[in-house]
Design a binder for this molecule. Sequence first.
Ligand SMILES: Nc1ncnc2c1ncn2[C@@H]1O[C@H](COP(=O)(O)OP(=O)(O)OP(=O)(O)O)[C@@H](O)[C@H]1O
Length: 309
Amino acid sequence: MESNVIATAHLSKRYGKQLLSVDDLNLRIRKGEIYGFLGPNGAGKTTTLRMLLGLVRPTAGTGQIMGQPLRGIRDLASVGAMIESPAFYPYLSGWRNLRILAHYAGVPLSRVDTVLRQVALTRQASDPFKTYSLGMKQRLGVAAALLKDPELLILDEPTNGLDPQGMAEMRELICTLKQNERTVLLSSHLLNEVEQICDRVGVISHGKLIAEGTVAELRGQAQLLVRAAPLDQARRLAEQAYGVENVQMMDDALMLTISPTQASAIAHTLVTAGLALSELRPVERSLEASFMTLTSEEQEVGGKGETRQ
Ligand SMILES: Nc1ncnc2c1ncn2[C@@H]1O[C@H](COP(=O)(O)OP(=O)(O)OP(=O)(O)O)[C@@H](O)[C@H]1O
């Protein structure tokens, strides 16, 4: 519990008479990790981040951020955040904009040059903000969030609207920010993004946390593809060895939900039985496939009027 920089218990938010936008959320973000908060549009990510920062009042539930209760946040000096698109003075330079923010935050003005360097904007520091590309604007937003040299950085969809190169630059930047035990909480609706940079991922759908774990855990067990002839006989043998529920027919191959370490055992079984084995390889599910399964299961359950814990 002590190593959690964020922990929530039954955190919920209802706007007016709408359905719950955030529903019974139990989040644990550990010190020093990059945590990806992943969900489709409207899932409740921004609302959650706003509650964590004390910008929105929870309807129910409790939590703490950097040791402070969400309902009584007094000082978040060790937290930097970029929620939605950051606002800057368009006619002032990036440097001047950050100087103003540093002044109001009571941060030494020398931090401005440091954070501009961190986000690779030193060269464009004196250009007016309005001339910046979207990627540069987002990076300036991250620079602003870094001014206090925070232990915890919260970034809401930092790659939103960026082109592929801008996205790659932002991902690279986020990876460099995880230094000195800094924790990064990042929301995203892009699977390949969290897959590439996050240590752990929480998947939110319709306000509920429907899965949480490392990318590998969320992908689920790897599978083994087996191509052998005659296929029917291979299927029977595989079912006998691993159970019907772990054997699936895929066109002209079998997909076995077993550990790839069992490859030699199944090869031995098939070859000993006189079958012609032409292919045997592990298949990793992409996080995207797992995510689609998770969010569609959630929708189905929601449609039946049941509740999930
Ligand atoms: N201020 C508000 N008043 C009323 N409803 C709101 C408000 N803010 C968010 N909502 C609703 O709460 C739900 C969750 O929205 P939220 O912005 O938290 O989701 P999100 O996962 O961040 O989505 P996106 O990626 O589109 O920003 C949505 O149905 C949204 O319409």
